[in-house]
Design a binder for this molecule. Structure first.
Ligand code: NAD
Ligand code: AHE
Ligand code: ZN
Length: 369
């Protein structure tokens, strides 16, 4: 079938809206009509050419929601008409990772997913007869996309798809990093570096966890207002300080924070976030994604003296098991999604959504097909 799609033809180039061909889903695959999608910084990162796994031409996009159109003959968990959120972290429930009880990183299709391919090593997208690669197992920047059954979670039909699309990445990642990765306890002193959707969702999670102090850090002071609304107690702009920001935070907290979260993807900030942690127990969670060739560094003494570095992907959340409950929490008013949605645009204006993100003017833009 034909589908409108925003294709990334090459690194650093604007997306092009073209009509691509989408093949039928194979036996364990599902054809989904995406109704809403948004742009996460990771899409911009891959489009920039910095992602070692970035392949072109590709249909990017991993934060979206839609309706099942048709299913392959071995698909049992979803049927046409079901409302679904594509998951870049799938959940097969059977692999060593899923069965470990220690991680949400399912390995069932990770290898081909990272190459922009379906598990049989081919793609379901093409343009003028040439293959177009998939992205993160989701490719929500196409009106019709094909994903594996294990890369989909079925959700309550009453949930507004234009809002719960945000559970596809940003909000889930931030809330999950606090609850699953850091396991923040009541009364904790915390710092959040980067106040995009991820950092703001971390702050929302910290407020839920009853953190005593939530220090929000960003170079862009315009981000402060939303951070405060989410629950931040202090704001620090590193560009207003001559000293390394970790020194400022250690002084502000009389020894360092219990938990810090890096939500930017900058390895120098990752160092600062670790070194801002309290001696003996402070933990720093890396969420930001850094480009090819980048490495983190600190004096090993920082770790010897009790600070801990952890990483978090999709907030440690097992999507098929846990997202339906998070959707319920949103419907019950326990999770705020509305504050993240700063802009609405038509899908065809997707490059403007990237511009708004780069300029720091948007948190999330909901694109409607
Ligand atoms: P965003 O661009 O909306 O937000 C980033 C924020 O960081 C901006 O407010 C910007 O002003 C601020 N910033 C940039 N440089 C800074 C610096 N040196 N000091 C202080 N603040 C600075 O991005 P986002 O969509 O919120 O994504 C944030 C990061 O999280 C990206 O790296 C993205 O790839 C990553 N991410 C990771 C996961 C995961 O599962 N690990 C999931 C989603 C996103
Ligand atoms: N492809 C990159 C890494 C990108 C990355 O770390 N992605 C995160 C999700 S970002 C969502 O906005 C993730 O889930 N990572 C775990 C995984 O298995 O990809 C690279 O450096 O190669
Ligand atoms: Zn993302």
């Amino acid at each position: 079938m034909k589908s409108r799609a925003a294709v990334a033809f090459g690194p650093g180039k604007p997306l092009e809206i073209v009509e691509i061909d989408v093949a039928e889903p194979k036996s364990k695959e599902v054809l989904v009509k995406i109704l809403y999608t948004s742009v996460c910084h990771t899409d911009a990162f891959t489009l920039s050419g910095e992602d070692p796994e970035g392949v072109f031409p590709a249909v990017l996009g991993h934060e979206g929601a839609g309706v099942v159109v048709s299913v392959g003959d071995e698909v049992t968990s979803v049927k046409p008409g079901d409302h679904v959120i594509p998951l870049y972290t799938p959940e097969c429930g059977e692999c060593e990772f899923c069965l470990s009880g220690k991680t949400n990183l399912c390995s069932a299709v990770r290898e081909t997913q990272g190459k922009g391919l379906m598990p049989d090593g081919t793609t379901r997208f093409s343009y003028n007869g040439e293959p177009i690669y998939h992205y993160m197992g989701t490719s929500t920047f196409s009106e019709y996309t094909v994903v594996n059954e294990i890369n989909l979670v079925k959700i309550d039909k009453k949930a507004p798809l234009d809002k719960v699309a945000l559970f596809g990445c940003g909000v889930t990642t931030g809330l999950g990093a606090v609850e699953n990765t850091a396991k923040v306890e009541e009364g904790a002193v915390t710092a959040v570096f980067g106040l995009g959707a991820i950092g703001l969702a971390v702050i929302q999670g910290l407020k839920k966890a009853k953190a005593k102090r939530i220090i929000a850090i960003d170079m862009n002071p315009d981000k402060w207002e939303l951070a405060k609304k989410m629950g931040a107690t202090d704001f620090v702009n590193p560009s207003e300080h001559e000293r390394p920001i970790q020194e400022v935070l250690i002084e502000m907290t009389n020894g360092g924070v219990d938990y810090s979260f890096e939500c930017i993807g900058n390895v120098e900030v990752m160092k600062a976030a670790l070194e801002a942690c309290h001696k003996g127990w402070g933990e720093s969670i890396i969420i930001g994604v850094a480009g090819a060739g980048k490495e983190i560094h600190t004096r090993p003494f920082q770790l010897v003296t009790g600070r801990v570095w952890r990483g978090s992907a999709f907030g440690g959340v097992k999507g098929r098991t846990e997202l339906p409950g998070m959707v319920d929490d949103f419907m019950n008013g326990e999770i705020d999604l509305d504050s993240f949605i700063t802009h609405h645009l038509n899908f065809t204006d997707i490059n403007e959504a990237f511009d708004l993100l780069h300029k720091g003017e948007s948190i999330r833009t909901i694109l409607t097909y």
